[in-house]
Design a binder for this molecule. Structure first.
Ligand SMILES: C[S@@+](CC[C@H](N)C(=O)[O-])C[C@H]1O[C@@H](n2cnc3c(N)ncnc32)[C@H](O)[C@@H]1O
Length: 335
């Protein structure tokens, strides 16, 4: 049972230190997407985990405080944007101004709104502490069942977009703009910021399909809340605690299954980590190792040196060691 979990060789070549290529220029093509303006399409078959884009920000700002309920206050955001924009080279300014400014038709009449604010609001990504514009990534449309994920790489100082399942030649590449653990109606409320009615696969199914999807997403939210509340690396001891931990381990598998069934790649790494720790609590080291490694694989795509990659690599090694030790003890008892 000496399974190999070769962390280093799991690192995609484009993420290795001596790899200088910035991603295949032919992985995607930007062209019109019916009813959505421009979109990004696969220029050849993309395997799960394949890099699609790596892009440096054309503009990056440290935003004013995010106000609960209000979001960013335009009177605070506008001056920061204008000041940062004024310092850019002319070609960067032109690229930014060429991005689509999606408006609701009423807000541009509000004080402080201008084209730059609107462009930022409809195209910017959060990199953790900053807001940034990536002109190519900005052409990727939204789906509530996306086929790609994105992540800010602190090491590369780039936004990475990668396939989260196999993407066929000519298929549109999509990411999610909003948290996906909500019902169609709630997602649409959040998408109002981008002023479009989502017609993705998850939103345009039959009434029955939408109900099933809404229920699944609600269960996913509930399971995360339940399991993350109990997440500890301490092994459960005593009949009652073990019984409860076994139930939670079972629920963690249910969570991973629901997320895979609903195709929500943004949550894979998180759900697999929850499953790993839930199985470690009941000393099911084989499953704990397998889930930890799956979580690591989901994290390492975007940045092998991120805190999350390091954390899940460490968990995998630790659980693998426990697994080996438990097998040794079992063999000793038999002999
Ligand atoms: C970040 S931009 C994406 C690229 C944009 N389509 C373009 O032409 O530049 C976001 C805007 O694209 C459009 N969009 C994105 N996803 C969409 C979807 N699923 N359905 C309809 N429109 C969408 C909306 O107008 C939205 O405000």
């Amino acid at each position: 049972c000496d399974y190999a979990f070769p962390h280093q060789s799991d690192i995609p070549p484009w993420q290795s230190h001596n790899h200088t290529c910035t991603g295949s220029p032919t992985a995607y093509a930007v062209r019109p997407s019916l009813g959505k303006g421009l979109g990004v399409f696969a220029a050849h078959l993309l395997e799960d985990g394949a890099i699609i884009m790596q892009e440096s920000p054309a503009m990056r700002i440290e935003p004013p405080p995010f106000r609960q309920e209000l979001g960013f206050v335009i009177s605070e955001l506008g001056p920061v944007l204008r000041s940062s924009f004024s310092r850019l080279q002319d070609d960067a300014k032109a690229t930014i101004l060429s991005l689509t400014a999606h408006t609701t038709g009423t807000e541009e009449k509000k004080p402080g709104y201008d084209r730059l604010v609107t462009i930022f609001r409809s195209n910017a990504y959060n990199t953790g502490k900053d807001l940034a514009l990536f002109p190519l990534v900005a052409r990727i449309n939204h789906s509530c069942r996306p086929n790609a994920g994105y992540s800010w790489s602190e090491r590369l100082q780039k936004q990475i977009v990668f396939a989260t399942r196999k993407i066929q030649l000519g298929e549109e590449i999509s990411v999610s703009y909003v948290p996906l653990m909500y019902s169609k109606a709630d997602r649409q409320k959040r998408l109002n910021q981008y002023s479009f009615k989502c017609t993705c696969e998850a939103c345009s199914g039959s009434q029955k399909e939408i109900e099933i999807s809404d229920e699944r997403r609600q269960s996913i939210r509930g399971l995360f809340a339940l399991l993350e509340k109990e997440l500890t690396l301490e092994v459960a001891r005593g009949v009652v605690a073990v019984k409860k931990a076994l139930q939670l381990a079972h629920k963690s598998r249910e969570l991973a299954k629901l997320i895979e069934e609903e195709s929500l790649p943004d949550y894979y790494a998180r759900a697999y980590r929850v499953a790993a720790i839930s199985h470690a609590r009941v000393e099911d080291w084989e499953r704990a190792t397998m889930w930890a490694h799956k979580s690591y694989q989901a994290h390492v795509i975007s940045d092998p040196e991120s805190r999350e990659s390091q954390d899940t690599a460490a968990l995998t090694s630790r659980f693998k060691e426990e697994w080996r030790e438990s097998l040794r003890k079992k063999a000793a008892r038999k002999s």
